[in-house]
Design a binder for this molecule. Structure first.
Ligand code: 5AD
Length: 366
């Protein structure tokens, strides 16, 4: 018995030492082999998380100091033509009360955020056709009425002409999570007709048009093995997006994946730290999903290497209708009312809000 326990402890110590070595290599090289990623993502424990976070914070502080950028998130519409199996807003979910904010409501929400000091607005919504000119008009209004703001769009897969139209209207950044680098997993969580290839085409085109691009994925989707996560890391090494959004998968009860387990907060934190080490200058949000699933998730995310928080500034009457997953947080420090609260929280861990518009360092300020 005793020798078994001793043996187990010995194996654990060896694994820990190995994980720390791998983290050191990640710091030194800014990347790892597929095998090393797999080993780290299989054998990590609490001490690995702490070690990776410490290294990630050192790197983020070199590039961004202790400032945290804020983005005002406006959930402009929950109408969506897609059928992603994980998402509560999927077209097939008849229990959602659908809404689309008017141009005045969107610009008004941003103006309020602007008053509060926000300098980036993220217009996020379902993927639809037919609203191209509407969106372009809203972007033009925001950019002309509010000096020195950045506008980020997150409105799904669109034809090149549409991305070009929106860019011309003044949009600066585009978030389109790639969802998975593994074609098989991608297929398992999306209906026929949606493809991994089209997602990548969109990201490449957005980049070509001069957008700062954001990729990302959910952590803990059923079927996402350490091998798959290693592929996500390799994809990020190659694509080098300016922004990376990751958060734990959280089931939404009215979806085909509603009965599945939530993703791990710890693994999300480890991946945040790893992504920071691969992409030292990336804009990495502590996402709403992380805040929802984890105790003090936002601050934990910052301590793992994140440098962005996205307070929700959607008008209250629409807030609960944007239910991508169950229990989604949108009050407290997840909202503009909570910015003061967030500031206090950040202070307790030695960080502070950076009120600039917070572009990626490789993109000159306009
Ligand atoms: N749990 C966590 N994240 C989700 N998303 C969609 N549904 C869920 C869910 N159930 C994420 C997707 C999408 C982003 C807008 O939200 O990654 O790209």
């Amino acid at each position: 018995m005793l020798s078994h326990a001793r043996e187990r402890r010995g194996v654990r110590r060896m694994r820990m030492a190995k994980c720390a070595d791998i983290v050191d290599r990640l710091v030194a090289q800014g990347g790892l082999s597929q095998q090393e990623y797999i080993a780290l993502l299989t054998d990590y424990d609490r001490s690995t998380l702490d070690y990776a976070a410490e290294k990630a914070r050192a790197v983020r502080e070199q590039h961004f100091g202790r400032g945290v950028y804020l983005r005002g998130l406006v959930e402009v519409s929950n109408i969506c033509s897609c059928g992603c199996y994980y998402c509560g807003l999927r077209a097939q979910n008849s229990r959602v009360v659908r809404y689309a904010m008017t141009a005045d409501e969107i610009v008004g929400a941003c103006a309020q955020g602007y008053e509060a000091g926000l300098r980036t607005f993220v217009l996020q919504g379902g993927q639809v056709a037919g609203r191209e000119e509407f969106v372009a008009d809203v972007v033009r209004k925001i950019k002309s009425q509010m000096p020195n703001v950045a506008v980020t769009l997150s409105l799904g897969e669109q034809p090149t002409e549409v991305y070009a139209l929106w860019r011309k209207a003044g949009a600066d950044r585009y978030l389109l999570r790639h969802e998975s680098a593994n074609a098989e997993l991608y297929r398992a969580i999306h209906p026929e007709g949606m493809s991994f290839e089209n997602r990548h085409r969109c990201l490449a085109e957005l980049r070509g048009l001069g957008y700062q691009i954001g990729a990302g994925f959910m952590v803990g989707v059923p079927g996402q093995t350490p091998q798959v996560l290693a592929e996500e890391m390799k994809l990020l090494e190659q694509l080098r997006p300016e922004m990376v959004g990751i958060g734990p998968f959280i089931p939404q009860s009215d979806t085909p994946m509603g009965g599945q387990q939530s993703g791990s907060v710890e693994l999300t934190l480890l991946l945040l730290s790893m992504i920071r080490l691969v992409l030292p200058e990336a804009l990495l949000p502590a996402t709403t999903a992380l805040a929802t699933a984890g105790q003090d998730g936002t601050l934990q995310g910052i301590l793992a290497g994140a440098n962005v928080v996205m307070p929700n500034i959607t008008p209250l009457c629409y807030r609960d209708k944007y239910a991508i997953y169950d229990g989604k947080k949108s009050s407290g420090s997840e909202s503009v009312e909570g910015v003061a609260l967030l500031q206090q929280g950040l202070e307790t861990i030695g960080y502070e809000v950076d009120w600039s518009r917070g572009d990626h360092p490789q993109f000159a300020q306009e």
